[in-house]
Ligand binder design. Sequence first.
Ligand SMILES: Nc1ncnc2c1ncn2[C@@H]1O[C@H](COP(=O)(O)OP(=O)(O)OP(=O)(O)O)[C@@H](O)[C@H]1O
Length: 693
Amino acid sequence: MKQFSNTIFNKEILDKEHEKSFLLDFSNDMTAVRSREDLAIVVNKALRKLNPDGGYVIRKINEDGATMSAYLYNTGASAFDPALLEQVLAEKYPINDGLQNRILDSAVPLLFNVRIELQRGYNLSYLDLWENMGFKTMVGIALRNGNTNIGLLWLSIDEINIPILQGICSQIAIAMGNIMANEDIFRRQAEQELMLGFSSDITGVKTKSDLEIVTSKTLERLFNTRISVLYLLDTDQVTLRPYLYDRQFFQETEVAENEAFYSLNINEEHVKLVFESSQPVLLDIDENLEAKCLKLSIQRELSGFNRVYASALRLGEQKLGMVWMLGDQVSGPILQGICAQISTAVSNVLANEQILRLQKQLEDENHYLKQQLNKDFEEIVGGGEAMQQVYRLISLVAESNATVLLLGETGTGKELIAKAVHHTSARKDKLMIKVNCAAMPASLIESELFGHERGAFTGAVERRIGKFELANNSTLFLDEVGEMPMETQVKLLRVLQEKEMERVGGKTTIKLNVRIIAATNRDLEAEVKAGRFRSDLYYRLNVFPINLPPLRDRREDIESLAGFFLAKFSKSIGKKTVKLSANALRQLQAYLWPGNVRELEHLIERSVILATDPMIREFFLPQATGATTDEHTMQSDLTLEQVERMHIIQVLRRCGGKISGIGGAAEILGIPGNTIHSKMRKLGITKAEYFAN
Ligand SMILES: Nc1ncnc2c1ncn2[C@@H]1O[C@H](COP(=O)(O)OP(=O)(O)OP(=O)(O)O)[C@@H](O)[C@H]1O
């Protein structure tokens, strides 16, 4: 008996020794474990010692705290159905499936007979797999790190050694905890890298297709989404329309895109929920959404996910739309951060689209304006000898880049000829830029011509591009250049000489390629002599002068001009073309036309408006026409300046001293009120003269 008890005692000692060395070996191996792969090798080696042909699976508790997924496994020496194995490995089993919860609640390993559990009616695919593999008995042991369950081990074995199994499992649990913490750190690092990449990619987003590429790539990689849709709120503020989704995805399926997507309404319960929440909302298609909606069930089938993550897109308080994603592994805070960036990008894309639309509109308008300008060119009227000479000069100079100086009385058509020169030149596809040097206070001319930087002077609240810069590679028409203040003349001369400029208050030099056409009704040579115009600037401008004859010196054109204006104004007010009687034409030809073609144009315009029958028989000209009155007899001996002075006084008398507005001198003379004021100052016209009678 003693002998027998000694034998038992010795066996126990041997077993204990065996246990100890087994656990010691295992511990030694575990010290080198760093990754899930290392852990698999060590666990395989140890469990094979316990049951050489057996299989096992380690399951970890998922982040949701309610399900478990396979973490490590080994099928042992058994044959199995690969499809069934794949299904079991992919499935998330509820913790409370009737077997696993019992293991997690137990302090000791539990043994299960596979067949008996199946007969009890447990509908668990892993039991089917074990039966398929020929595993009869499975032992389940909880994996605990301290008091926390982190998973469990299922092992196919017939005999169990509780101390060994517990020893192994407590070490596996610690290693798993460390590895999972490491994996978590790596995952966060990868997420951060992705987020950084996303942030830098999204700042470059300009178009819808840029946005599509950046978002679909990121959502899929970060959240494992299969379907993601970006909805935008319509202008009606009620309908949310699909704006973007991953088209690539639909190239891989039979389903057409329009079968899977539909508009949402902001008043639908789940949509309201999304906008009311500051966080992304998780919706279960079966529970929260009307799964009866065919398109939604198509989305579910295509993606294989039953859950939708929805997050609002907002810009401040303004609702922009929302992101809708079918996927798993979605982290709320990350999705929220991404949505904030998508919101900014969406509003940039929309603003860009609007800019492009406006740009297109501007281009169309520009094109229209250019056509109008070309039309103006076609409409130079007058075939008399004096104008023939002007046309010859235009054709000689137009194609060169030479500066042109147009000289002639007011209303002789200097601006029209400037346009003609521009439209015959190689610069014709660009707009000719015009500056009226007389219409602007001296203090503003400089910034008008050269532009200014923000803050260059009081009131310069924004940077402004000057006319010179606008006219780069085109033509700049300096109208009434003789009125330019002396200090601006110096700056203009510098730009013409050096072909570069700086904005007022600016430091950068801007290179220019501008063709200059200047015009004046002053006698510039006399202005130079009088010290009002710089001689060096005069020589710079006077490269190719073209003199436009006054209308009284080309009476042969009066009939064609009158006919042209009669047709033009009759058409514009929808009348049949008004004609001239022979008497009326004689009146026009006899008149001196101090206001030249402009005066004729305005006279005809007024007469067409007032005409009550289709024939104008008489004009009411400012004075008796012809060279019969004293004033007009005298006029042929007067200087240009004297004629101009006299005419302004006459017009002012007629208007009762009114300059601007309807019936004012500016309207009759066809020049801006500012110009009249400056001419009055220059010509020394006083109130007494026009209020005299
Ligand atoms: N030959 C012409 N054929 C048709 N219209 C003309 C002709 N000459 C001038 N006009 C018209 O007369 C008006 C005055 O012409 P424009 O403005 O070119 O004159 P200007 O010499 O530049 O005058 P200002 O010196 O006062 O600026 C414009 O409406 C223009 O279209």
